[in-house]
Design a protein around this ligand. Sequence first.
Ligand SMILES: [Zn+2]
Length: 477
Amino acid sequence: MKIARFLIAALLLAPAWAASLDEPTRRLSREILQELIEINTTDSVGSTTVAAEAMRKRLLAAGFAAEDVTVLGPNERKGNLVARLRGAHAGGPKPILIIAHLDVVEARRSDWTTDPFRLVEQDGFFYGRGTQDMKGADAIMVTTLMRFKREGYRPDRDIILALTADEEGGTFNGVDWLLKQHRDLVDADFALNPDSGGVTTQHGKALAVEVASAEKLYADFELKATNPGGHSSLPVADNAIYHVADALVRLERAVFPFELNAVTRAYFENLAKVESEQNAADMRGMLAQPPDPAAIARLGRVAQFNALVRTTCVATRLDAGHANNALPQSARAIVNCRILPGHSAEEVRVELVRILADPAVSVRHISDLTGEIADRAPLDKPSAPVTLRTDVLAPLERLAAQFWPGAPVVTDMETGASDSKYTNAAGIPSFGFSALAIDRDDVRAHGKDERLRVSSYYDGVDFYYQYLKALTGATAN
Ligand SMILES: [Zn+2]
């Protein structure tokens, strides 16, 4: 009975939204996607400025005022576009910021079946570097703002779109740069970042609608021991390699404290409804007050679950010594940490010193922006625990039920990091949702023959048009 009703609902809903994307919009959104894919925006030889200028031209043609669409950046090749669709009245709520990166990961023609910098439509897919990560979403946002402008739509607040440089690599991260140099241009109530989150499908069928609403903090540390060295025929107890090796063994055995926040708690509550019996029971045990240590330990054996409930640190590089027949004068290891929201890198550095328990091993912080090594790590707690906002999530849930019926909306914490780390750190709570459906065994971001299902792309175009309207005061039809 329940199944029958669900099927009927799906049949009734499907044509309604599928038909709402008219032919001119499809053509426009495809043209923009093609233009973006065919502009090389890699760090090595590409330019985000060229892509930003092309999008600026389109927005101006749609009726945006010149002062509302700016291309700016730290140098000629790393331009960022900031466009503002003005709200109906100046005194409305604070703006919504959308951040999306224009740069893509390198791609070699010889590795690919098609030219990575040509948009190729084949067998129901768009192929090209950036189709998934993330020129698909860039094109969706530009299309949406153009449609709003052309139809004279006035949101209840400003909508700001920032298309930026150097998310994938390079040293001129556009979001960081804009926040530091032109905060007034991008200041907002909250941010949407379509670089993370999205719809996970299997053979095209939606399984889950994932919204990334928290991120771990990235930090690298250098562990180092030094020694005068000497002839290897005369070993002494005080060997730099042994110091670092022993410290790493202690690190391997150390476990950072278990901790949940609003996002991971909600995530496990949802997951417990669909997981296998043992996992579901353990998740409920973990969520109980007080939490069940045995349940935490069992779940902790799954890397993905473990990474969600604690800070993790792992050795990633090692180098030591200078000759086969000499005692090492120095030994060095790099430890990469992924820190739970609400904790600073310095807190973790101090904790590492305690865990390693060897004054001969120094623990210093390596800046991921500049590579600089410092005795102390930053004290700020950029990604404070997030509060889930119903004003952001409720309209998303309502629309997701129409677009991807039957797939639950789950909020999730990214164990990696996206540009949301900069907006979150700047006090702009950020939510990741691409609106693009990707099969779980077809994630090709950064890889060869990157592709996006054509229907998934057009659904994304349609979704964001409706979602941004729902967020900015337009009543549902
Ligand atoms: Zn990306």
